[in-house]
Structures are given as C-alpha cells and as structure tokens.
Design a protein around this ligand. Structure first.
Ligand SMILES: *[C@@H]1O[C@H](CO)[C@@H](O)[C@H](O)[C@H]1NC(C)=O
Ligand SMILES: *[C@@H]1O[C@H](CO)[C@@H](O)[C@H](O)[C@H]1NC(C)=O
Ligand SMILES: *[C@@H]1O[C@H](CO)[C@@H](O)[C@H](O)[C@H]1NC(C)=O
Length: 436
C-alpha cells in the first residue's frame, strides 16, 4: 500500500497548483461540467484546496454539487478566469467572487457561455447572491442564468450586460436570463437597478457604456478617462500600465500584444539574434521561466509537446531542472496513454480505460504520454464487444514503465492480486492532466 499512498501524495501536491515566476498564484481549474465528483463527501474540501490562494484560474472555474451552506470565502482571491465560470447544483446562498474582474471565455460552457449559473436550488435552499461586484469584462461568450428560483442578486434582467461584454463579443452575444426571485430587497439607492448585492459596494460599475468618446474601456465619462487600448475590464489611468486586466498579455504589469520574442533583429549585423529579455506566454502572462511542471516551447509554456517534438529535461548546476519541448526528426517511438489522441493532443473526454484489447499498446513502454485508468470493466469480460478480462500476464506490460505524464487512476484491481508490483518501476507521475 505504500506505493499507492505515495502516488496519492503526488496528486495532492499538484492540486496546490503553480505559481507564475514571482507573479500571481495560478491554478488549473477543472473541466467537469455536471459530472459528479469522484467523492461527494470530499468535494468541498477539494474545491477549497484547488482555489485557496488562487488568483488566476487557467481553466474553468466550476462550483457544483455543494449541499448545505458551506463557506466559500476561499473564492475571494480569484481575479481572472481564463475559461468559463459555471455555478450549478449548489444550495449555498452566496458565491462571493468579489474580486473577479475578467472572464476570458477561452473555453465556453456548452460552446456558448462564459458565465453559466443554472439550477441552483436543492430542497428549498438555493443561490441568492452571486456577488460579482468587480466583474467588468467578458472577452468571449454569452451569459446563461436560469433555474435559480431564489436568485436576487444580480437581477439578471437589470444588469447592463452590454457593459460587461467586450465590444466584439457583444455583437455575437448569446443570453438566457431568468427573471429575479419575487421577494428581494432593492439595490442600494445610489446603484439604481443594476447591482450585485445590497450594499453601496455592490453597484455595477460601468467601464464602457458611459463613455461618449469611443474608447473601448474607460474609468469615467470624461474624454481623458479613456483607458489604453491594451486594457480589459477598466483602468486607473491612461497608460498601458494602468489597466485592471490585460486584453492580451501582462508583461510585468504592462499590457502588450505579445510577450518579448525569442529573437530580435540586430540592425548592425542585419540578422536575427537571441533576445536576452525573451519571455514565454503563460496564459495571459509573460514569464521569464515556465512554472513547475510546464514545458517550455519556443514562445509559450505548455503541458504537452506538439507532434515531432520530444520532452527534454535540462539539469542546472543549482540542482533545479527545466523541461522543454525539442524538435526531433526521428523521435523515439512514443507511447500515448488514454488521455492523448493519436495526434498527440490531450483529450480528456476520449478517455476510457485499459482493457485487454488496448493493453498491448503499452507493452515495453518506459514513458507514457497521457494517462492510465483501470475500472471494474477492465477486469470483466465484455460480451458486447467480445473482449476478455485483463489478465495478470497482460498487466506485465507495465513492468518497464517509469513515467506517466498525466495521471494513474485505479478504481478496481482484482482481489487476488494483493499488490501493485506491475508498477514497481514507476518513478514519476507528472499530473499534467488530473483525474476529475
Ligand atoms: C500583471 O501581473 C502582475 C504580477 O504578476 C500583477 O501584480 C498585476 O496586477 C498584473 N496586472 C494586470 C493588469 O493584470
Ligand atoms: C446545451 O446544448 C445542448 C445541445 O446543443 C442543448 O440541448 C442544451 O439545452 C444546452 N444547454 C444549455 C444550458 O444551454
Ligand atoms: C469471442 O472471442 C473468442 C476468443 O477470444 C472466440 O473464440 C469467439 O468465437 C468470439 N465470439 C464471437 C461472437 O465473436
């Protein structure tokens, strides 16, 4: 069992996420939609671990399946979400996303929505306040707020969504907005009808519709209140270093179109030369080095190398390691795991399990790019497809395995095999994709 315990430990450590070099605390987010978590009892604890201290969610923020009225104050640090925000099947009365400024919508819920809040009522208790008091930008995707009979704040019909949505996004908008619950207190008087809660701090702040000067974002109604065009969400002044969020990339507080490139033009030699100040794109941030567990490519940090590239580990004199993707003409034969399609692209939705019909592809592999999962059906005969149950002999094909880049999930294991010794040579589970 010690092996199992240390594997679990690797997984738990990863939940704590990565820090962009000296930058803001980053976490991965999830891609579960309405799927039930692997353990409902621990689900709150898992969410708390995932998001405590997190400022930038690199994937989607999904708050689902929460009973009772647990404390969600650990969400208050979140400033940016790269994918979508999804709140569903929770009975908590308030979701305090107080500091969330921008939802980028790089992934959308149901291919349409950057913000989806649906069916939040369980045995009479339900979501009453979605306190998005800082939200002023949705770069891509629409808004879906439906099936929340207790929802008072925001009043979906009275928020000026046109101000939240990026100008380009607004024209392709997609909304489905329910009416407000019947017995709700009004907004604070100075807010008018558009607010995210009852207090004076909850007024919707406008950063585009009150500008008569044609600027994309502004901090007020005057001509010199315009934000720099690199700004998203709003600003405190006119410069590209005064933005509340960056439209594209944040290079040490300055918003830019691109991160500093790996090469620059040298006007003396008329040649490109390496740029000593080059940085990598990491989400919407520029970083000097890729964070822990990420691979450096030419311009960006990634979780898996593209085709015709291989992972290379570089050890530094100080004992640290960096990992990068390097082009190779004849790469060694690569073993893909279950989470990787045959183009080398990570595809968590295609994952099934190891069975007797696919186990041969792992034979003699030292490193598996992707994940492995063993479910009860792996060890049962399937009469529909006429596949036999996995045998211990077939499992011996994992004896050479030293590394998995995704996860190892063992939900079932035959009783008569009392250990996991077929994995006796496994040294590293990188956890670049995580089970649920
Ligand atoms: C840019 O990143 C720095 C550090 O990571 C952070 O302190 C700052 O608030 C960010 N600025 C914007 C506009 O996102
Ligand atoms: C999501 O998409 C499916 C199929 O396109 C549709 O049936 C369903 O109603 C959609 N759900 C929402 C919340 O829009
Ligand atoms: C199922 O597989 C077994 C051996 O693996 C074979 O003998 C049998 O004919 C197969 N049955 C069908 C219906 O294909």
């Amino acid at each position: 069992m010690d092996a199992v315990r240390s594997l679990l430990f690797v997984g738990a450590a990863l939940l704590l996420g990565a820090t962009g070099a000296r930058g803001r605390e980053v976490c991965l987010g999830t891609d579960m939609k309405l799927a039930l978590p692997s353990s409902l009892e621990n689900h709150y604890e898992t969410l708390r671990l995932l998001y405590t201290g997190c400022q930038v969610v690199h994937g989607n923020l999904e708050i689902t399946h929460l009973h009772g009225n647990p404390d969600l104050s650990f969400l208050q640090g979140i400033v940016e979400v790269q994918g979508y925000v999804f709140v569903s099947h929770v009975s908590v009365s308030m979701v305090p996303l107080d500091n969330l400024r921008i939802i980028r919508g790089s992934q959308l819920y149901n291919s349409s929505y950057a913000l989806a809040v649906m069916d939040n009522t369980l045995s009479g208790q339900g979501l009453r306040t979605l306190r998005l008091r800082s939200l002023t930008e949705i770069l891509s995707g629409g808004v879906y707020i439906w099936g929340n009979p207790q929802l008072c704040f925001p009043d979906p019909q009275n928020i000026i969504w046109r101000d939240e949505l990026n100008e380009k996004n607004f024209h392709e908008r997609q909304y489905r907005l329910q009416p407000r619950a019947s017995q709700c207190p009004p907004c604070y008087p100075a807010c008018g009808k558009s607010c995210w809660g009852e207090t004076a701090q909850d007024c919707q702040s406008y950063t585009s519709t009150n500008s008569h000067w044609g600027c994309q974002r502004c901090k007020g109604p005057l001509p010199n209140d315009c934000c720099h065009q690199q700004c998203a969400a709003g600003c405190t002044g006119p410069k590209d270093s005064d933005c509340l969020a960056c439209h594209h990339f944040n290079d040490s507080g300055v918003c830019k179109d691109n991160c500093p490139l790996p090469t620059i033009y040298d006007p003396i030699s008329f040649q490109l030369k390496p740029n000593p100040n080059r940085k990598f794109n990491f989400g919407a941030t520029c970083v000097k080095t890729c964070p822990y567990n990420y691979l450096a490519m030419d311009m960006a940090c990634t979780l898996n190398c593209p085709m015709a590239n291989q992972e290379v580990i570089i050890s530094h004199p100080d004992g640290s390691e960096t990992q990068k993707c390097e082009k190779c003409d004849n790469c060694h034969k690569v073993c893909y795991g279950l989470g990787i399609d045959n183009l080398g692209i990570m595809d968590n939705h295609g994952i099934t399990m190891v069975t007797s019909s696919n186990v041969d592809q792992f034979n003699k592999c030292k490193k598996i790019y992707g994940s492995l999962a063993f479910l009860p059906q792996s060890f049962a005969r399937d009469h529909v497809t006429n596949t036999s149950a996995l045998t211990l002999e077939q499992l011996n094909s994992f004896r050479n395995l030293e590394e998995i880049t995704g996860y190892l999930y063992i939900d079932a294991w035959p009783e008569e095999w009392t250990d996991l010794s077929v994995f006796e040579n496994l040294k590293v589970i990188r956890g670049r994709s995580l089970y649920k």
